[in-house]
Structure formats: C-alpha cells, structure tokens
Design a binder for this molecule. Sequence first.
Ligand SMILES: [Ca+2]
Ligand SMILES: [Ca+2]
Ligand SMILES: [Ca+2]
Length: 167
Amino acid sequence: MLKMDNPKLTLFLFVCFQAETMASPPALTFCMDNWVAFKGSCYYFHHSAQSFTEAQHACLQMNSNLVQIDSEAEDKFIKDFLSYQTPNFWWVGLSDDDIEGIWSWVGSKDTPTFTDWFPGEPNNANNEDCAILDINHQFKWTDIACSKLLYSICEIQSESSAPEVIG
Ligand SMILES: [Ca+2]
Ligand SMILES: [Ca+2]
Ligand SMILES: [Ca+2]
C-alpha cells in the first residue's frame, strides 16, 4: 500500500485523480492508433488488396467488421476521408450473397435502412454480390464480384473497444 503521510505524494495523487475525473467528456470518441473516429465509431482504412471475404476476415481479426453505413452523415464522412486516400475501390460490409437481391450488413445482419447506390446499381451484372464505394462514381455504391481484390474499411463501436484498449 502507498504511505499517505508524505504531503507531496498526497498532493501528487490528488492532482492525478482530478485530471482523471476531468478528462474524457462522454461525447468524445476514442480510437486505437491508426483508426479514425467519427460519432461513436472507429474506422480502419485498409490499404491492402483483398477479396470481400478476406477483407471481412481481416476486420474480424481486429475485433471489427467491414463498415456498416447507416446514415447520410456517416456516408459523407467516409467519402470525404476517401478523397484524400490512395485512389481505389473500397469494400463496405454489404452483400446479397445469401439471397440474391436481399442485401444485408455482414456484421449485424441488418437490412440497410440508408443506401447510396449509384443510379442503375445494384445491377447484379454477371452475378455481383458485394458492395463497394466506387471511386469512378464519387464513391457512390455499386455491386461488384466478391472475388475482386480491393481496399476495404473496417468499423468498430468505440465504446466496445475502449475497455480492451485501456484495460
Ligand atoms: Ca456505421
Ligand atoms: Ca447480387
Ligand atoms: Ca454492378
């Protein structure tokens, strides 16, 4: 146990305690190194050419899933960020691999409530079952063959990741 009869030590601990309690207002989003924060989520932009399945597996290994885009705000944040990245197509976690025409997010299994398909997409041309942010269409969404080797985006809720990072 610490001896508290040293006034300087006591003051030091008091200051530390104050700093601890005054930091981290709840609105802030904390992320691991190399992850980008936005409204309660952390995103990892994976500059590695992988199939959809490989990309999701890589996300799972980092306790995340391929990104689930649920709002126009989230969509815009990601598009804006991608405009500063190495030009590529980017996997998102959306697939109709199980049932043709029924799209769902790989992490939650949810049916999309928000979508940003490019006009005419998804068109399932030659059996396309996975979705990308299409750099040729201002990062609007298109379906494409899941076997293509592309960059990808992982997402994790910052709340669920925080205890593991700190603890
Ligand atoms: Ca999301
Ligand atoms: Ca399809
Ligand atoms: Ca297509």
